[in-house]
Design a protein around this ligand. Structure first.
Ligand code: 13P
Ligand code: SF4
Length: 376
């Protein structure tokens, strides 16, 4: 039973070695057994991944939270929107009924682990854009699609407006689902995932205007451009994947003939177009795992994942597609000190950093998330 007592402070954990922290985390894992599930996103540091019960990309992690049976606590080693999604899916009405109303508590070991892309679309900006669109278009002919990298309030907006959530592994299926309902799609917050996916479906770039929430009116577009659009993109991006440039691809191709370029679809269009293969973090891992020894890869996604693939596949030659260090600074905030602090407080009956989405937001977000789970 969790109480609201004062938590043990974090500071002393910061001076402990990773070995000591891992030992202490394992004590709590043994004590709580199947009641505790530690989930880790592929961008986490190696020492966190080593202690995760299950790892995955955003889609796989949502499924794991949705399908969890015995656990009552999820320590989410990822970022805020992922923990929110886990809370919504693990506590959806049929799951609560199965557990006689007992909730699963989801913890984010460091509350500062957000996502800069998700922060590029606030709910008031989305509502304002929708209202402005309503002045020049019939919004009943637009289906909103939100990337899972967004706050729960945006997922709820999408649920209320007949839309769907997607991840990097099912964006095409989600956009196809949307086009089966309306002639237009509004895709947020990642312009690159939206553009790369829709272009792959044959939608001309000229029919994908970008909505800038800071433009004085109509997101910086003319009414005619919006009326002729098929996919309306939001001016958001991932600061990590934005760092990969076409010249990096050219440099690796010149230096390593035959090298395969493998990128995440959050990369800008001009990089994505030059790649041989692309996909979610889960797909990137599967692609490398199934390649024959001696394959040369240059990979455009977060540094910790690429470094781990390098270590795990010495039989292949793997490079990182940027001369500079680009890592997800917010994912990196989850370290063993924060995880141990969260788990030892939990073991002492004190809740630190629980993520609980309010009932109304969770209800509408679930509508959009369930649509995503159905099309995937
Ligand atoms: P994946 O769904 O591919 O794991 O992507 C999550 C993410 O945030 C990539 O930047
Ligand atoms: Fe967000 Fe980019 Fe970090 Fe993914 S890598 S969590 S999109 S900031």
């Amino acid at each position: 039973m969790l109480t609201a007592t004062t938590p043990a402070p974090l500071a002393p954990y910061k001076s402990l070695s990773n070995e000591e922290l891992a030992t202490r985390i394992n004590v709590v894992r043994a004590e709580l057994g199947p009641k505790l599930l530690i989930l880790g996103h592929h961008y986490q540091q190696d020492e966190v991944i080593a202690l995760a019960d299950l790892t995955g990309d955003s889609y796989q992690l949502s499924k794991l939270a949705a399908d969890s049976e015995d656990c009552r606590y999820i320590a989410f080693c990822g970022v805020h929107f992922m923990a929110e999604t886990a809370d919504i899916l693990a506590n959806r009405p049929e799951k609560l009924a199965d557990r006689n109303g007992e909730r699963v508590t989801v913890f984010l070991p460091d509350m500062a682990a957000g996502c800069s892309m998700a922060d590029m679309a606030g709910i008031h900006q989305i509502e304002d854009a929708w209202d402005q669109l309503g002045e020049v278009l019939d919004t009943r002919d637009i289906t909103p699609v939100t990337y899972i990298n967004s706050a729960a309030s945006l997922k709820a907006f999408v649920g209320k407006h007949g839309g769907i959530v997607c991840t990097s592994s099912n964006a095409q299926a989600a956009i196809e689902w949307a086009f089966a309902r309306t002639n237009k799609v509004m895709f947020f917050p990642d312009q690159h995932l939206g553009r790369n996916t829709a272009a792959g479906m044959g939608i001309p770039l000229a029919q994908m205007p970008v909505w800038d929430p800071f433009a004085p009116e109509l997101g910086g577009n003319t009414a005619a451009a919006l009326q002729q659009s098929r996919v309306l993109l939001w001016k958001g991006h991932c600061s990590v994947h934005q760092m990969f440039k076409p010249e990096h691809v050219a440099m690796f191709r010149a230096k390593h003939p035959g090298i395969r370029v493998l990128v995440h679809p959050e990369c800008p269009r001009e990089v994505f177009e030059l790649a041989d293969e692309s996909g979610s973090t889960g797909k990137i891992i599967r692609t490398v795992e199934s390649a024959p020894p001696g394959t040369k890869w240059v990979i455009g996604t977060e540094l910790h994942l690429v470094n781990r693939l390098k270590q795990q596949h010495p039989e292949q030659e793997i490079y990182f597609l940027s001369p500079v260090v680009c890592m997800c600074a917010t994912m990196y905030r989850i370290d063993l000190a924060h995880l141990c602090w969260t788990l030892e407080n939990l073991s002492a009956g004190t809740s630190v950093n629980p993520i609980e989405v309010d009932e109304e937001t969770a209800r509408w977000s679930l509508v959009a998330l369930e649509r995503m789970l159905e099309v995937s």
